[in-house]
Design a protein around this ligand. Structure first.
Ligand code: NAD
Length: 270
C-alpha cells in the first residue's frame, strides 16, 4: 500500500546491485510513494549488476560514481540536479565493502591497505557525500540523508571483522555531520541499523547463515526483511520525521534490546 509520502520529492539512491539489495527495495518503494530519483552505483557494479532493469522500471537514469571519489560524487550531484530539475530532498547511502572480509583475512592478520579501503568505501564515502552536497548547496532544507549500518558497530560479531570499525565510523559521521548540516540547513542525517539480510554484501560475511538464524531466534519480531527496511527509509525521507536527526535507529525486530530468548534457551537445553 502506498501513501504518497514522497510526492514531489527528488532523491539519489546509491547501492542497488540486484533485487536482493536493500537499495533496490528502497527504489521500488520511493517510486510507489511518488518520488523522482536517480540511481547510482560504482562503475564496476554497473557492468555486473542489473541496475539498468531497475532504472527502466522506475523510469529513471543511472549515474556511475565510485563513492570514494570526490570528483565522481560532485558529478553525481550536478547531474542529478540537472536530470531532476532542482535540489535534492533525500539521499540513500547503501554502500559497504571490505576487501579483508571478501578475501577471508583473519582479524589478527588484516591487510592495512585493505582496512583503509574498507573505511573509505563503507564510511568516509558518507562524509564525502555530505561534504560535497554542502559545498554544492545541493540539498533542500529539511532534506533527509540515510545510511545503512549494522549492530556490529556496538557489539562484537567476530566474522564482521573491520566492517565493525567502518560501521562505528559511519554512525559517528551521521552524528557529527548531522549537527553541522542541521544547524546550517535543517538537513537531517541518520543511520538505520538493519537486521542481517540475505544480499550480496550480507552473505559475503563468513558464517552469515548461522548468525542470520541466531538473530532471527533472538528477535521477538524475527529478522527485518529488506522490504521492511525500505519502508523505514521512506518514513525517514518523508515529512513525517522532520525532527529526527543524528540518530542510529535500530530496525531489527527487537534484537538490539534482547539478552537471551526462550528459543535460544530451548536450543541450549540437553
Ligand atoms: N545485508 C546485511 O545483512 C546488512 C545488514 C545491515 C546493514 N547492511 C548495509 O546495507 C548496505 C547495503 O548493502 P546490501 O546488504 O543491500 O548489499 P549489496 O551488496 O546489494 O549492496 C552493497 C552496495 O555497495 C556498492 N559499492 C561497493 N563499493 C562501492 C563503491 N566504491 N562505490 C559505490 N558503491 C559501492 C555495491 O556495488 C553494492 O551495490 C551496506 O552499507 C551494508 O553494510 C547490510
Amino acid at each position: 500500500m502506498a501513501y504518497n509520502l514522497l510526492a514531489g520529492k527528488k532523491g539519489i539512491i546509491t547501492g542497488a546491485l540486484d533485487e536482493k539489495s536493500i537499495a533496490w527495495q528502497v527504489a521500488l518503494k520511493a517510486k510507489a510513494e511518488g518520488a523522482t530519483f536517480v540511481l547510482s552505483n560504482a562503475p564496476v557494479a554497473l557492468r555486473m549488476g542489473k541496475i539498468n532493469e531497475l532504472a527502466q522500471h522506475c523510469q529513471t537514469e543511472v549515474i556511475g560514481a565510485d563513492a570514494t571519489s570526490v570528483e565522481d560524487i560532485e558529478n553525481l550531484y550536478k547531474k542529478s540536479m540537472e536530470i531532476l530539475g532542482g535540489k535534492i530532498d533525500f539521499v540513500l547511502h547503501s554502500i559497504g565493502m571490505s576487501p579483508n572480509v571478501r578475501k577471508g583475512k583473519e582479524y589478527g592478520d588484516l591487510n592495512y591497505e585493505w582496512f583503509m579501503k574498507t573505511l573509505d568505501i563503507s564510511a568516509i564515502s558518507f562524509h564525502k557525500m555530505l561534504q560535497v552536497a554542502e559545498k554544492l548547496d545541493a540539498l533542500n532544507e529539511y532534506a533527509s540523508v540515510v545510511a545503512l549500518s549494522y549492530i556490529a558497530a556496538q557489539r562484537t560479531f567476530p566474522d564482521y571483522s573491520d566492517m565493525a570499525q567502518a560501521k562505528a565510523l559511519l554512525e559517528s559521521i551521521a552524528r557529527s555531520y548531522g549537527e553541522r548540516y542541521g544547524r546550517l540547513k535543517k538537513v537531517r542525517i541518520n543511520t538505520i541499523s538493519q537486521s542481517p539480510t540475505k544480499t550480496t554484501a550480507g552473505t559475503g560475511v563468513s558464517g552469515f547463515d548461522a548468525f542470520f538464524e541466531y538473530a532471527n531466534m533472538m528477535s521477538p519480531l524475527g529478522n527485518a526483511p529488506a522490504e521492511a527496511c525500505a519502508d523505514y527509509c521512506i518514513t525517514l525521507f518523508s515529512d513525517l520525521t522532520r525532527y529526527v536527526t543524528m540518530q542510529n535507529l535500530y530496525h531489527d525486530g527487537g534484537f538490539s534490546s534482547m539478552g537471551i530468548s526462550p528459543e535460544i534457551v530451548g536450543k541450549m537445553q540437553p
